[in-house]
Design a protein around this ligand. Structure first.
Ligand SMILES: Nc1nc2c(ncn2[C@@H]2O[C@H](COP(=O)(O)OP(=O)(O)OP(=O)(O)O)[C@@H](O)[C@H]2O)c(=O)[nH]1
Ligand SMILES: [Mg+2]
Length: 444
């Protein structure tokens, strides 16, 4: 995601790092490079101009913090301006006091509307909501089936009377259906290749009929400025409350993500990073900024893990940490949690420093390493798992034999375990505890 932009920006910062104090010429040169990097990333040229001006003004201004080097100042400023660009402000959905909350999902053909409806349903389910899906795209023959199948997968009720019914009636009756079956109505609509009158009129008719609390526009990040232009037109003709950015996983440039908020004034509310139903999350400008800058995205990682770990488990763990008797049994539990969260390599990609570290990413963190660790722990007796301190030399040999590993592997794990325990104790809490769960990858 945004690899080329990240690389270029890191290059700019790398050059600045060599300088003790920044002259105006240094700043000018850096700004020229940032400007080029953003233009190459397909960011709207007006947005680029404004962005660079802001950064430059601040970089040359009185704003100097003693504790930072000049290069770090620039990174800080760029980070803050990126966050502002992608939009501070509220990106949450509006929920109605009188359910169902109605969400109308619109967008061009193939932008990802239908999959977004299903992903959003799952997202809301995790939040304790009961979403209902409504199939109001009656133009593309397979569209209804697609939504029905996805609804089954997420386990959400679906209202799909068929292709012969007027979309406005489907939406209206669907909202009534949602009142019975749940508390959020998500309406999937038809797409068109281009913004055209028919599409816009239909959306306006649906809007008038069901008065949605949220109109979400789905745009395909890979289409860059075309997506931004479409968003501007949707905003003018249908009015939208926010944007869902899809296919960020395939977007090497970042132009849509960095321009759409500034051009339309509408926040990005959600982003989608893959075809799987869980590749979807609330959009956080701050995390996206730090990711673009190559600072990793620890917060997303933590949040991702948190929804996957039951509160009870987290509370139990926290309690154990407080008593400082974290054992290898807890460690095994945590390994399981890490696996539940998805492949280790995808998680490692979120850690600070890692996005910039090509070699590490390419080396693909070895999932077999986790098997090995598990085998070692399995070869310990219950006593050893609870009190690792008793594991002396001969026990290490036995464990290594039992798990088909080397004594050195066992030693390494014991050492990592000790370090992890120390770190977990410092963080003490389900939130901070997460990073420590990644054996050996607890930091950059
Ligand atoms: N890689 C990737 N693919 C995505 C993402 N979101 C959607 N897709 C894929 O994009 C294609 C189109 O998605 P749909 O949800 O059918 O798009 P749509 O806007 O409903 O399309 P129409 O109903 O034909 O207008 C599907 O193959 C999806 O799996 C994403 O974030 N990443
Ligand atoms: Mg669709």
């Amino acid at each position: 995601m945004f690899d080329s932009l990240s690389e270029r920006l890191q290059g700019v910062f790398g050059e600045l790092r060599g300088h003790g104090k920044l002259s105006e010429a240094d700043v000018d040169k850096a700004m020229r490079e940032i400007r080029l990097a953003l233009l190459e990333a397909d960011v709207n040229f007006k947005v680029v101009r404004q962005f660079v001006n802001h950064v430059k003004e601040r970089a040359l201004g009185a704003e100097v913090m003693e504790s930072l080097t000049p290069a770090q100042q620039v990174v800080k400023i760029v980070n803050e301006e990126l966050i502002a660009l992608m939009g501070s402000g509220d990106s949450r959905l509006a929920f109605s006091g009188r359910p169902p909350t109605v969400i109308l999902v619109a967008g061009l053909q193939g932008s990802g509307k239908t999959t977004t409806c299903a992903k959003l349903a799952r997202f809301l389910q995790k939040d304790g909501k009961r979403p209902v899906l409504i199939a109001a795209d009656v133009y593309r023959p397979a569209a209804i089936d697609q939504l029905v199948t996805l609804a089954e997968r997420v386990g959400a009720p679906v209202y799909a009377p068929g292709a012969h019914v007027d979309p406005v009636d489907i939406a209206t009756d669907g909202v009534a259906f949602a009142r019975e079956k749940g508390d959020v109505a998500i309406i999937d609509t038809a797409g068109r290749l281009h913004v055209d009158d028919e599409l816009m009129e239909e959306l306006v008719r649906i809007r008038k009929a069901v008065k949605p609390h949220n109109i979400l526009l789905v745009i395909d990040a890979m289409t860059g400025q075309d997506a931004v232009n479409a968003a501007e037109q949707f905003k003018q003709r249908v009015d939208i409350d926010g944007v869902v950015l899809t296919k960020l996983d395939g977007d090497a440039r970042g132009g849509a993500a960095l321009s759409v908020r500034a051009v339309t004034g509408k926040p990005i509310k959600f982003s989608s990073t893959g075809e799987k139903l869980d590749d979807f999350d609330a959009f956080h400008p701050d995390r996206m900024a730090s990711r673009i800058l190559g600072m990793g995205d620890v917060l997303t990682l933590i949040e991702k893990a948190q929804t996957d770990i039951s509160d009870k488990e987290a509370a139990r763990l926290e309690e154990r940490l407080r008593r400082a008797d974290f054992t290898f049994e807890d460690f095994l539990d945590q390994l399981k949690q890490v696996r539940k969260m998805g492949s280790l390599s995808s998680i490692v990609g979120l850690l600070p420093g890692v996005p910039g570290m090509k070699e590490l990413k390419n080396a693909q963190i070895d999932e077999r390493q986790m098997d090995r660790i598990e085998a070692i722990v399995f070869s310990m007796t219950p006593e050893e798992r609870r009190h690792p301190d008793v594991i002396d030399g001969s026990r290490r040999q036995r464990i290594a034999r039992g798990s088909g590993t080397q004594v050195a592997d066992v030693n390494r794990l014991l050492k990592q375990f000790r370090e992890m325990k120390k770190m977990l104790k410092q963080m003490a809490g389900p939130k901070g505890g997460l990073l420590g769960k990644l054996p050996g990858f607890g930091g950059p």
